[in-house]
Structures are given as structure tokens and as C-alpha cells.
Design a protein around this ligand. Structure first.
Ligand code: F6R
Length: 352
């Protein structure tokens, strides 16, 4: 059952600290500062193609960012595009990212990869799923069953697992920052769940014409995911953009009636540039919701702030997403939508 929550989605958002603890258990050795994933076997990870759809595709984009930052050649592809027009695959290992392990589009991509002789890994939540059985190896995210159609805890699980995969593939000693950030991650998510003001933010923008989400680097896929969640469960128009792309077109859509959720992490170059984009939308009278650790001056230009604990930039993108999950959930709940079973959508899309 829903254990007292109004919806499975809210229950599953609240299960994230436990789900992430399970994902990390036995895989991160804090004392030794090492990461190991025994399921990874002896696949060759010199070049990686991540294939996925929907929310899992956003995790794949995030994962490609993590891997690329470690100097590993990695690309994220929509599975449906990959299956019908694959790029050169030679020597690539293809990672199917799929909560269910049953998504027809993603299975088509991993099958095409196998047909071309590539090694394949299923990164999935579902033990014994078709993808887990068909790929050479399966890496389980251990999020527990997800009933709500909107993926929540499994996205956080995928992000966490992709950090582990990246460290194993990078084949060195993970930096202390990441090991301690992963150790603190479940507790940091709990802090957000206990303290979030996302419900008040949702209340403030129920009449919005559209909801926009922006971010850079690892927070670009978070912007895409924030928008997908909002459109799926609220049925309102929402779009996610790479923050740098705004002035190349989307800025024409920005008005006083289009709140912009901007994720700004740290106080470096990416934060500074994203604060620049925040100023651009603020100058067009758009309400700004800053999702931030408070290390930049983003909140100075924001109408609302959704705070995240200070952490490594890699885990900050996991935390920022939790705030956006809550903002979408409360928007949809206040609009009276069918949150656990949105119209026209199925939990597992088993046709291409
Ligand atoms: C969004 C959502 C879908 C799935 C997509 C892929 O909330 O749930 O976009 O992420 O259909 O599903 P899996 O991960 O099972 O392959």
C-alpha cells in the first residue's frame, strides 16, 4: 500500500534515502576509499554508448557527463534512434539504462548492439528482466519496486549507480570528495525531504502558462527531467533547456507567467554563467525559482529558493532533482491530477 502517503509517487520520493543506501551497500568502501561493483565482469569500457528512453535517457545524459569528465569516451543516445540509425559501434560497450528492463525501444537498441558484436550491460532495477537476461552483464540499482508511473527513486538510483560505474571504469582511486559525498547522499536527500518548501513554491505558480527548467553540465539532464516530470503528472506545458541555449530561441517564450526553475550549484564558472541566464529571465519579468546550495548569488535574483545541502557537484545533481520532483508532485496534487496513473501513459512501454 501507500503507507499513509496520498500517492505512490510521494511514497517513492520519500523512499529515496533507503533506496540509495541499498544501491551503495557493499559497493563503496569508505575506509579504503574504493568503489567496486561485482556484477561488472570483464566487459571492456574504453568507449561507452548509453541507450535509454524517457527519464532513463536523462540519467544516461548525466552518466555520459560523469564518464566524459573522467576522460572516458561516452555518449548518450535515445534508444529508439539508436536502434534504427546506430552510430559506428565497433569496440563500444553498450549500456542499456532501463528501470524496468522491458522497454521495447531500449531492448531494440541493446539487441542491435549485440547483433553488431558489441558487449552489452543492462543497468536496471529489475532482476530477471528481459534486458538483464539478454545483456552480457546486469548491474542492479536496487531501488525496490516502483509503482507510480512517474519514475522517481529509480532515476536517483540510476544517477547513483552511474557514479559507481564511472569510478569502476575510470579504474583509479575515486577522489575523497566523491566517496564522502556518496556516503552523505542518503542523509542529504532526507534533509531535503524534511525541509523542502516545494509545496509553497508549487502553490505560488498554479496559474502559470508554462514551466521552464534550466541547468548546465550535469544539471542540464536535471532540467530535462524536471520538465518531463512536470508535464507527465501536471499536464501543464513544461520544457527543459541547457541554460546556454536560452538566448538562442527559447527566451522568446519567457514572460511574467512562465516560472523558470534554475539549478545553480557551487560558485564556479558554471554557476556564474547560469546566474547570468537567471538575470536574463528576471529582466523579462519571469519568476525565478533557484535550486541551489547557496554558494553563488543566484538567490539574490530569485523569487523562491529550493535549497540543497552543499556537496560534490556530481551528487548535487541528484539532490536538485529531488526538489524538482517535489515541486512537480505538489503542482499536480494541487491541480487534482491523476498522479500515479497519468492519462495516456503506461509504467512500462513494451511496444516500439
Ligand atoms: C518517466 C518515465 C518514462 C520511463 C521510460 C523508460 O517518468 O517513467 O519516461 O523512464 O519509459 O522506462 P524504463 O526506464 O523502464 O526503460
Amino acid at each position: 500500500g501507500k503507507s499513509g502517503y496520498d500517492h505512490f509517487m510521494l511514497k517513492e520520493i520519500h523512499e529515496q534515502p533507503r533506496a540509495l543506501r541499498q544501491c551503495l551497500r557493499g559497493r563503496v568502501d569508505e575506509l579504503g576509499g574504493t568503489v567496486s561493483v561485482e556484477e561488472l565482469g570483464d566487459l571492456d569500457f574504453d568507449r561507452i554508448h548509453l541507450v535509454a528512453a524517457g527519464t532513463s535517457y536523462h540519467a544516461a545524459v548525466y552518466g555520459a557527463g560523469l564518464l566524459s569528465a573522467e576522460g572516458i569516451s561516452a555518449q548518450a543516445h535515445y534508444a529508439h534512434e539508436y536502434a534504427s540509425s546506430p552510430p559506428p559501434i565497433e569496440d563500444a560497450t553498450v549500456v542499456g539504462v532501463s528501470q524496468s528492463g522491458e522497454t521495447a525501444d531500449t531492448l531494440a537498441a541493446t539487441r542491435e548492439a549485440r547483433r553488431r558484436g558489441a558487449g552489452t550491460l543492462a543497468l536496471t532495477n529489475t532482476v530477471g528482466s528481459t534486458m538483464a537476461r539478454e545483456c552480457d552483464d546486469a548491474f542492479y540499482i536496487r531501488s525496490g519496486p516502483e509503482i507510480g508511473v512517474a519514475a522517481t527513486k529509480t532515476f536517483a538510483g540510476q544517477q547513483t549507480a552511474l557514479n559507481l560505474l564511472t569510478q569502476v571504469v575510470a579504474d583509479g582511486t575515486p577522489d575523497r570528495d566523491l566517496v564522502s559525498a556518496l556516503r552523505d547522499l542518503p542523509g542529504d536527500v532526507q534533509t531535503i525531504l524534511d525541509e523542502s518548501n516545494a509545496e509553497a513554491v508549487a502553490e505560488a505558480y498554479l496559474d502559470a502558462e508554462a514551466y521552464f527548467f534550466i541547468g548546465r553540465g550535469l544539471n542540464f539532464p536535471v532540467a530535462l527531467e524536471g520538465a518531463l516530470k512536470m508535464k507527465e503528472i501536471s499536464y501543464e506545458h513544461a520544457e527543459g533547456f541547457a541554460a546556454g541555449e536560452l538566448k538562442h530561441g527559447p527566451l522568446a517564450l519567457v514572460t511574467a507567467n512562465t516560472p523558470v526553475f534554475a539549478t545553480v550549484v557551487g560558485d564556479g564558472e558554471l554557476a556564474r554563467k547560469t546566474v547570468g541566464n537567471v538575470k536574463e529571465v528576471e529582466a523579462r519579468d519571469a519568476p525565478v525559482v533557484a535550486v541551489t546550495d547557496g554558494r553563488s548569488d543566484a538567490d539574490r535574483y530569485a523569487d523562491h529558493t529550493l535549497e540543497i545541502p552543499e556537496t560534490d557537484p556530481r551528487t548535487a545533481a541528484i539532490l536538485a532533482n529531488v526538489q524538482l520532483q517535489l515541486a512537480s508532485y505538489h503542482t499536480a496534487a494541487k491541480l487534482g491530477r491523476s498522479i500515479d496513473k497519468p492519462r495516456n501513459l503506461a509504467k512500462s512501454v513494451t511496444v516500439e
